[in-house]
Design a protein around this ligand. Sequence first.
Ligand code: SF4
Length: 377
Amino acid sequence: MSIRPWRDIERRKSRQVMVGKVPVGGDAPISVQSMTNTLTTDVKATVAQIHAMEEAGADIVRVSCPDEESSRALKEIVREVSVPIVADIHFHYKRAIEAAESGAACLRINPGNIGKREKVLEVVKAARDHGCSMRIGVNAGSLEKHLLERFGEPCPEAMVESALGHIRILEDLDFRDFKISCKASDVFMAVAAYMQLAEVCDYPLHIGVTEAGGLRTGTVKSSIGLGNLLWAGIGDTLRVSLSADPVEEIKVGFDILKSLGLRHRGVNVISCPSCARQQFDVINTVATLEERLSHITTPMTVSVIGCVVNGPGEATMTDIGLTGGGNNTHQIYVGGLQDHRLKDKSIVDHLVGMIEKKAEEIEAAIARGEMPVQMGH
Ligand code: SF4
């Protein structure tokens, strides 16, 4: 029994598949992924975008392969990056084979869309030969005609039925190294579809609310949808779909996982909204602080609270805490205990210095084996 049972999330038991070096499912950390939006044939731009995503913590990156040049360009891209690459294929089975040959770690393809059994067999053979896993990607917006006729409109039941159809094709070929997504832009439909799918199979689930919208609205929608699923223990890898820079998708993905205590990466800042009682400019301090701390990957919690109303209480639950005090004299806490006062100095510079030092200490302790490697590393 955990000491804080109200924080426990019991993850659905799924089988594990590998996306290159990244395990997905089972007890693996929930991985965060995104997709490039450059032209895949523009290798330089695509590699630069993948590097930016790696920097933000991406575990897996997907790249579209709409034509032969793209699936061939993948070879150069894979060589230049360290995250495993998922090749996104629609319909054309040849692209899947080329992508597997080019070093893709996973093929996103729906076997039911490939056509004849021999073609599916060829794709499965290429996946096996090159150690690729697959992702079945059901989307409410592109359900099979017979399912739409049977169910009348896109609905969770039709989506699950579609997924089961694709699953059967791969299982018949004795191929089980795949994960499944069942996305819809409607939060209710996506959540219901995943909940139903989670009941009927043990394959790892790639969760997401598709075409969620712009940075703010899409983040809210994704947080509700993915938050519900993750809280219920469902989801082994996720993508936040935003009409925004893919780096933002990675950041939002991590923030969702961090909020639920499912992954820890970088500094988690707890800060108050500020009010007339604030003893320093909380909003600007936090904005600058987050910017200056974005390079830190060591999991840590820092509280930045405007006054004594909530400052001391929050500080007891953080690694480093700051509470605003009168006369420009603020209280610093370390490990939940009062440590020293900070008078007339730059709050941001002081905290950044302390946090960087603490991060080094934690990393050194991990290297010496005195601390467990935290999820997210
Ligand atoms: S902690 Fe203090 S400054 Fe911050 S919102 Fe609450 S009362 Fe206002």
